[in-house]
Write a protein that binds this ligand. Structure first.
Ligand code: SF4
Length: 65
């Protein structure tokens, strides 16, 4: 599993960073991006799903890579 943030949609609410700080971080403008290469360790997959469901802009993407 891998996460990424669609920068076109992200409005910087930072819910993803609050829910899964291990997977997301915000830039200086408050917009989020995936940490590192976005690969999700198995123990964080539930958090990744939760972050996706809680993004009001539907900007969090999950792929099964
Ligand atoms: S919750 Fe969604 S809109 Fe908010 S910072 Fe994260 S990706 Fe961006």
């Amino acid at each position: 599993m891998r996460v990424r943030v669609d920068a076109e949609r992200c409005q910087g609410h930072n819910r993803c960073c609050a829910i899964a700080p291990e997977l997301f971080e915000a830039d200086e403008l408050g917009n989020a991006h995936a940490r590192g290469d976005g690969v999700v360790p198995p123990q964080l997959e539930a958090k990744a799903q939760l972050a996706m469901k809680n993004c009001p802009e539907h900007a969090v993407r999950i792929t099964n890579e």
